[in-house]
Design a binder for this molecule. Structure first.
Ligand code: NHW
Length: 399
């Protein structure tokens, strides 16, 4: 019997091998140019009809204005979306978060794609896209950000996911958009970069109780609590929540900052207003306004993504903050992020998570983040970046 092949690059990908993505076999080929892998087709050649589904199911475009429908989508994801390897936690995106994530400026309703059972009308699968401008080196490209791909647990391994992916691709093509960005915990052909999550305990006792973290060697609970203790209020003078009047200043800061990265979103003021203006328990943004000049000098943000705690008698949810976009110009980044931790603690988050993207490596260890065991792979569809990039060259955070 052949030894099992655990090398993901050697595994066959019946679906992904047919798609315009970097293939594992291409990695060594230095002659392949950066940029689009396939040219756009004339719109008249884009398939006009949805892809066929198994007979018991039908396509269903989701109207997220409809509270009942939003509740169905929330429930599908709350029960069937991403879990950790040990099945202890499952992402629990809130309805308000889903509305925010799926309806940015100029979103397309047709890209909120459900599959439901013809008879019961029960929502059993979903995939979504939202439009974005993403810069890769000097090339600003209209893309779709694809997210919330989910197939009900009872319908797994029936090749439904490739049908959903083909259908979202078709609907994106109909808008004359030919590239996409997405992340996944699984290895597919081929990541542009692979990032690691880091976790900073804010409520160590609860995190240990639910099995998210463990008591360190030679540590007691009270020493652990003391280790992670934070001041009661932010330390930087002029640190305050972002408001609508700050949109122009934040956009300027962010655009100048993101220009440093090889792959990053091309945000304008409308994007900043949508993605960064605080919404309770969805997204939080803070900035430093100089007490002397009233100039906005620094900015930090995080989004709220709780996880359900599966099978624990005492707790049902973990409240997690995820580092989003941060720009430190006058305030040292470490000090800025320490203030972000302080406000997250004030607002009762249990843990603050961050990827090792952008300059984050510069504060993770110092601020007592520990490396997680999960990896997050970033992908571009129909866009090649030869040799990939380092996480520190990536300026894009997907939800
Ligand atoms: S990643 C989160 C994905 N969701 C979950 O993990 C939730 C729990 N799992 C499930 O619901 C963030 C199912 O296991 C899913 C797969 C639905 C994941 N991305 O139907 P089959 C996103 O939402 C491939 C891409 O039998 P299943 C990003 C797999 O490699 N492909 O599997 C989404 C295999 O293909 P291969 C994935 O377990 C980005 C095939 O699916 C994948 O019942 C989407 C098996 O299908 C993943 N996360 O359902 C791509 N997981 O070739 C967007 C598995 O290897 C591309 N697969 O044989 C761009 C489109 C737009 C382009 C526009 C120009």
């Amino acid at each position: 019997m052949a030894a099992p092949n655990n090398n993901p690059t050697a595994r066959r990908h019946k679906f992904w091998e047919t798609q315009p993505v970097g293939q594992f076999g291409d990695v060594a080929d230095v002659s392949l140019p950066d940029g689009a892998i396939e040219p756009p087709s004339p719109l008249s050649e884009v398939r006009a009809d949805p892809y066929p589904l198994p007979a018991a199911f039908e396509w269903f475009t989701c109207d997220l204005d409809d509270d009942a429908l939003l509740a169905d989508l929330y429930a599908l994801l709350a029960h069937n979306y991403v879990e950790d390897d040990e099945n202890m936690f499952r992402f629990n995106y809130s309805p308000a978060f889903l509305r925010w994530a799926l309806r940015p400026p100029s979103f397309f309703r047709a890209w909120h794609i459900g599959v439901r059972a013809k008879e019961s009308k029960k929502l059993v699968a979903f995939i979504s896209g939202v439009p974005a401008r993403i810069r890769a080196r000097d090339d600003v490209v209209r893309m779709a950000e694809i997210n919330f791909l989910c197939v009900h647990k009872k319908l797994r391994s029936k090749r439904l996911a490739p049908v959903l992916i083909r259908e979202v691709t078709r609907r994106v093509h109909l808008e004359n958009i030919w590239q996409a960005a997405y992340t996944a915990g699984v290895v597919l052909p081929t990541p542009i970069t692979t990032c690691r999550y880091w976790h900073r305990s804010l409520n160590p006792k609860k995190l240990i109780d639910v099995g998210f973290s463990r008591l360190g060697p030679r540590m007691t609970m009270s020493r652990t609590v003391r280790l992670y203790k934070l001041p009661d209020a932010p330390l930087t003078p002029g640190f305050r929540q972002m408001e609508l009047r700050d949109v122009a200043a934040v956009t300027r800061l962010l655009r100048a900052y993101l220009a440093r990265y090889v792959v990053a979103p091309d945000f304008d003021e409308l994007d900043v207003e949508h993605w960064l203006l605080p919404q309770e328990d969805v997204v939080d943004s803070y900035l430093v306004e100089s007490p002397e000049t009233h100039e906005v000098t620094d900015f930090c943000s995080f989004y709220t993504l709780p996880s359900s705690v599966l099978n624990n008698a005492n707790y049902s949810t973990l409240k997690a903050a995820y580092s989003y976009y941060n720009v430190a110009v006058k305030t040292p980044l470490q000090q800025l992020m320490n203030d972000a931790l302080i406000v997250a603690k004030q607002r009762n988050y249990d843990v603050f998570n961050a990827l090792d993207v952008m300059e984050n490596e510069g504060f993770l260890k110092e601020l007592k983040f520990g490396p997680g065991d999960g990896q997050l792979h970033y992908y571009l569809y129909n866009y090649r970046i030869r040799n990939g990039i380092k996480p520190s060259e990536l300026g894009l955070v997907l939800l």
